[in-house]
Design a protein around this ligand. Structure first.
Ligand SMILES: [Mg+2]
Length: 409
């Protein structure tokens, strides 16, 4: 079998709000076609226009070739070899950052083809089942522009998650730091107060994670508040510090009994090696697309396993990324939870509508997917609608170029 075409489509929700802290409002869908009529589907959580450019660009020399030209004519049933080929010959442009993200979308689609061609779910090809079922956690992103509204929204979502049967939930408490610019900028006291109220709402048995979205500028500041959270039995605190403050992560992780989690933005296994060995984080959170696809995510899983670290993948995208994450989890013995929200309750229309045949939660668990490949289908009507919305959005955005944003570091 040979790859005969790579098709990139940018999709955006019609009500996209660039002020929102929500990357599920857009995506790039990469469809890879073959001479046997099998098509694979992939996506990545990164700027979709940049991804499209990286995938479609022609190369001009052997150290900076384009990703499409590197995979055309290649055999999609050898994903790791194809990954190494892309990595080596796009290295001057790629190697880290957006280049690895773009490779991740292609790699995801290639694994989908490999599964479809062999009639097996991808987790079987990744090495087989390391667990009988997958445990999802609900990512609860509240709405509201005042602290009172925000807290009320989060508590009602927490109650919903418990009633739905989730055994774990992550409270997004993004009220401090650079990514809460449009919300209330509250002090650390408010974080403690919200965590206490969440614990009281969900009771003692539910696993509770807290995501503070890079709230603190140094580890001592973070430690002061995280120590106060220890009594609420938090499974982990996510991204307390900036991604590149690895020494800060190490000092923090060594000083608190709360597990420290990070890695959602990292690209490639070498960044995860640094995060674990220099940053001492307890829980690593590769995003399947951004880390470089399933090939590279599995390498991170193995590196984490050798170090006694837990994997809890990041996933805040459409049903494509969710499916890929479920296959990764099935094949990983150290993956405790996956980030999962039933599409019916998602804010993003892309998350709700793009993919049919989504995984179901029963008694707080997701059964291992059984269909060949990633096991998903695109909804053609939604695909068309969000494609049109993307074109309209890009034109409108270029015309205004965001004069309303007043960002602060
Ligand atoms: Mg996060």
């Amino acid at each position: 079998m040979k790859i005969t075409g790579v098709e990139c489509t940018v999709l955006v929700v019609p009500d996209c709000d660039a002020d929102a802290c929500d990357s599920a409002q857009d995506t790039i869908v990469v469809q890879i076609h073959t001479d046997e009529g099998i098509t694979g589907i992939g996506e990545v959580d990164s700027n979709p226009w940049v991804m499209k450019a990286l995938i479609e660009a022609p190369g001009s020399h052997i150290m900076g070739l384009g990703l499409t030209e590197l995979v055309l004519g290649q055999d999609p049933t050898q994903p790791a070899a194809l990954w190494d080929r892309m990595y080596t010959f796009s290295a001057m442009t790629g190697r880290r950052g957006a280049g690895v993200c773009a490779m991740g979308a292609i790699d995801m689609a290639v694994w989908d083809i490999y599964g479809k061609a062999t009639g097996r779910p991808v987790w079987q090809l990744l090495g087989g089942a390391r667990q009988d079922s997958i445990t999802p956690y609900a990512s609860l992103l509240p709405s509201g522009r005042t602290l009172a509204e925000y807290k009320k929204s989060l508590l009602s979502k927490a109650r919903w998650a418990k009633d739905y049967g989730f055994t774990a939930a992550k409270m997004e408490i993004c009220i401090n730091g650079p990514y809460s610019h449009n919300l209330i900028q509250e002090g650390d006291e408010a974080i403690v107060e919200i965590v206490a109220a969440c614990r009281e709402t969900v009771g003692p048995d539910m696993v509770m994670m807290v995501d503070v979205a890079y709230a603190w500028s140094n580890w001592k500041e973070a430690l002061r508040t995280i120590r106060r959270l220890e009594r609420y039995d938090i499974f982990f605190v996510e991204t307390p510090l900036r991604s590149d403050d690895l020494d800060g992560y190490a000092r923090l992780a060594d000083a608190t009994s709360v597990q420290v989690a990070a890695g959602e933005w990292l690209n490639g296994r070498f960044e995860f090696l640094d995060l674990m060995d220099r940053g001492h984080v307890d829980v690593v959170q590769p995003d399947v697309g951004r880390v470089g696809g399933l090939t590279e995510a599995m390498r991170v899983v193995e590196l984490a396993l050798d170090r006694g670290k837990t994997i809890v993948p990041h996933c805040w995208k459409t049903g494509i990324g969710v499916a890929a994450t479920a296959h990764l989890a099935a094949a990983s013995s150290n993956c405790r939870f996956i980030e999962f929200l039933p599409p019916s309750v998602a804010n993003s229309a892309l998350r709700r509508e793009l993919v049919t045949e989504e995984l179901q939660i029963e008694n707080g668990k997701v059964a291992l997917p059984q269909k060949p490949g990633l096991g998903i289908e695109l909804n053609p009507d939604a695909f068309k609608r969000f494609g049109k919305a993307a074109n309209a959005y890009a034109i409108a955005r270029r015309n205004t170029m965001a004069p309303s944003l007043s960002l602060q570091n």
